[in-house]
Design a binder for this molecule. Structure first.
Ligand SMILES: CC(=O)N[C@H]1[C@@H](OP(=O)(O)OP(=O)(O)OC[C@H]2O[C@@H](n3ccc(=O)[nH]c3=O)[C@H](O)[C@@H]2O)O[C@H](CO)[C@@H](O)[C@@H]1O[C@H](C)C(=O)N[C@@H](C)C(=O)N[C@H](CCC(=O)O)C(=O)O
Ligand SMILES: Nc1ncnc2c1ncn2[C@@H]1O[C@H](COP(=O)(O)OP(=O)(O)OP(=O)(O)O)[C@@H](O)[C@H]1O
Length: 580
């Protein structure tokens, strides 16, 4: 088990080995140029040259001597409250808003204080200036959407590596800069850390990097000062309404990535969500394509789309052929403007992984000159289980054992869950296994979007034959109460299923290890066990205490205890997934 890093350790791991001090006056100028005028500084006449910050941090626990400390207003407190302490510990100065300047009363005389109206908007440009990132650094690929960001990002880096490039990755599971790897705490780090990472990637001679862009990151301005050569959109379905309030607001947050300031080009999956186009042909994807104010390339999933209705026509790229092969798929991408057909495959289960692979392929193709497309197409045209999209993604439809097939998946929202369950049923049916059942183990996270608990419960009963409700990260919420809300949905779904003549077995079992053991004890070799919600995570937060727990380890061990062999497909047994 990897031990979670402290904020200071994490922040330190992001930083380049060396940064030259940036003149305070140059910093003020950079902020002015970025449209963030500095309204007040600790030295109205300016500071002497050569005297300025060598780093930047917005968490008091991560500040290093010589850093500019950024005090931002938060839901719990104003970061400027810590300014006195961090400056006493060696921070070079403070960037904050007018309220922060009022709060930072205990600074020594002469401390540089830069005051801007909206400090979150100013952090990115300040960090970019301190790390000298303007116009240099790796070619960036940004991926946003409710589901599929991690998988698509892994696929992009895998294709780029096959193309011969040194790559970087920023996302939920890990952060990589060439050969350096740092565990992630957020999907998208704070802008202070992102810009340090950009400088680190430059130092490590990274050519190109894929980055997951969460809606939180866009709302909290973590991507300020970043520029993506290509940004991609996977889909939009219900999630994070606790932060955004409504789907419209959630959509608007995501749309923030597809502006000319942030992205050179957008690749938008127009039918990546579960809903069929409405009467006007609109989906979240077509709306995103219309809302984008950078050049847009559209992608239709056609037979790989989940809504089952007519494909969205007239797109630049379209998935035109889809063939299940074992747990994976072969597919083709048609490029309408040139008439070119690009063949590709993925070994990961689920049509949604075709969607992720298609988006990754198109983002890379669109980022390189068309003179490179023949060579790229040759890389993509590999049998299932080989090629760039055979790569197993930790905890994403990761097959840890066979007979019974045992899969750990990160699905933790209604759409992700439905897709995962549908895909295992489809794979069984495609293999002619009609008597096998889906045994699902899952729970809901505490202190997050309560509305999705019964919804996920209903989906569980709709698609699984045995549903075992257990605990996820309860945080400080009472676990039995969370289970009860999930179970209410499961029972509703089970009643509906019974009315249609289908029996769903429902169990409640906690702790999670017991639920996993129960699932394996109930399974026959024809069944598929899906352990959903936690994916690659290695600690479970119960009542604010981190308890070691790795679903992949637990499930593999339970299956082994009951006599089945672990899968050679699994990430911990090598990175390739064969499609059989
Ligand atoms: C809900 C959310 O996103 N909150 C973010 C928000 O926190 P906040 O407004 O509550 O901040 P606060 O606690 O009041 O603190 C205010 C300021 O004081 C600073 N502070 C606070 C305490 C201290 O001891 N020292 C210190 O310096 C904080 O760093 C912050 O800058 O601003 C903070 C600093 O900018 C973020 O670190 C924090 O993310 C927290 C850690 C978080 O867990 N975010 C998650 C939900 C998140 O962003 N998730 C998305 C992915 C979601 C998904 O797709 O599943 C992600 O990109 O990871
Ligand atoms: N394109 C997709 N459409 C729908 N569901 C998907 C898609 N890709 C993956 N999933 C499901 O969502 C889960 C999370 O996948 P992934 O980690 O790639 O997405 P993500 O957007 O990074 O999620 P998060 O931000 O929550 O980490 C997977 O385990 C799978 O169940």
């Amino acid at each position: 088990m990897s031990t979670p890093l402290s904020p200071a350790e994490q922040d330190a791991a992001f930083r380049p080995d060396h940064t030259e001090p940036l003149d305070w006056n140059d910093l003020v100028e950079a902020l002015n140029r970025a449209g963030q005028p500095v309204e007040l500084t600790g030295a109205p006449g300016g500071w002497p040259a050569g005297d300025g910050p060598v780093g930047i941090a917005m968490d008091s626990r991560a500040v290093r001597p010589g850093d500019l400390y950024v005090g931002v207003p938060g839901a719990n407190r104003h970061g400027a409250e810590f300014a006195g302490a961090v400056v006493a510990a060696g921070a070079a100065g403070l960037l904050t808003d007018p309220r922060g300047a009022e709060l930072a009363t205990d600074l020594p005389m002469g401390t540089p204080v830069l005051v801007v109206r909206q400090v979150r908007d100013a952090v990115g440009p300040a960090a970019a200036a301190i790390h000298r990132n303007a116009g240099v650094g790796p070619r960036m690929y940004g991926v946003t959407g409710t589901n599929g960001k991690t998988t698509t990002s892994y696929f992009i880096t895998s294709l780029l590596q096959a193309w011969g490039e040194t790559t970087g990755l920023i996302g939920t599971i890990e952060i990589r800069a060439g050969d350096r790897t740092v565990p992630s705490t957020l999907t998208t780090p704070e802008s202070t850390q992102l810009h340090a990472l950009m400088a680190l990637m430059r130092q490590e001679q990274v050519d190109a990097a894929a980055m997951e862009v969460s809606s939180h990151a866009i709302s909290y301005r973590r991507i300020a000062g970043m520029h993506f050569a290509v940004s991609g959109f996977t889909n939009l379905t219900q999630d994070h309404l606790d932060l955004h309030g409504s789907m419209e607001e959630y959509f608007a947050a995501k749309a923030g990535l597809f502006s000319a300031r942030r992205s050179g080009r957008a690749v938008i999956t127009v039918d990546g969500g579960p809903d069929a186009p409405d009467a006007d042909g609109a989906t979240w994807g077509t709306r995103m394509a219309a809302a984008a104010d950078c050049p847009v390339v559209t992608l239709s999933l056609g037979p790989a789309a989940d809504h089952g209705g007519d494909p969205v026509s007239g797109t630049d790229w379209a998935v035109t052929e889809l063939e299940p092969v074992g747990l994976g798929h072969r597919f083709a991408l048609h490029h309408a403007p040139s008439g070119r057909l690009v063949h590709a495959s993925t070994g990961l289960p689920g049509r949604f992984n075709v969607a992720n692979a298609a988006l990754a392929a198109v983002m890379v193709l669109e980022s390189l000159p068309s003179s490179d497309w023949d060579a790229l197409s040759a890389l993509l045209d590999a049998p299932v289980g080989q090629g760039p999209f055979a790569t197993a993604v930790p905890g994403r439809m990761e097959v840890v054992a066979h007979a019974p097939d045992a899969i750990v998946d990160f699905a933790h929202n209604p759409d992700g869950m439905e897709r995962a369950l549908e895909s295992v049923r489809d794979a069984r049916l495609a293999a002619g296994n009609v008597e096998g059942r889906t045994i699902l183990v899952f729970g809901a996270t505490g202190e997050r979007d309560r509305a999705k608990r019964p919804v996920m419960g209903r989906i569980a009963a709709e698609w699984a034959d045995v549903v075992i409700v257990t605990d996820d990260d309860a945080h400080r919420e009472e676990p039995s109460g969370i289970r009860a809300e999930v179970l209410a949905g499961v029972r509703q779904g089970a009643e509906k299923a019974a009315a249609a003549g289908r029996t769903v077995q429902v169990h409640e079992s906690a702790p999670r290890q017991d639920a996993i053991e129960l699932a394996v004890s109930l399974a026959t070799s024809r069944d598929t066990i899906v352990l959903a919600g936690r994916g690659h995570e290695t600690v479970q937060d119960m009542g604010g205490v981190d308890v070691p727990l790795d679903d992949r380890v637990e499930l593999r061990a339970a299956v082994a205890r009951h006599g089945a062999a672990p899968s050679s497909d699994s990430h911990e047994h090598g990175r390739k997934v064969d499609g059989s």
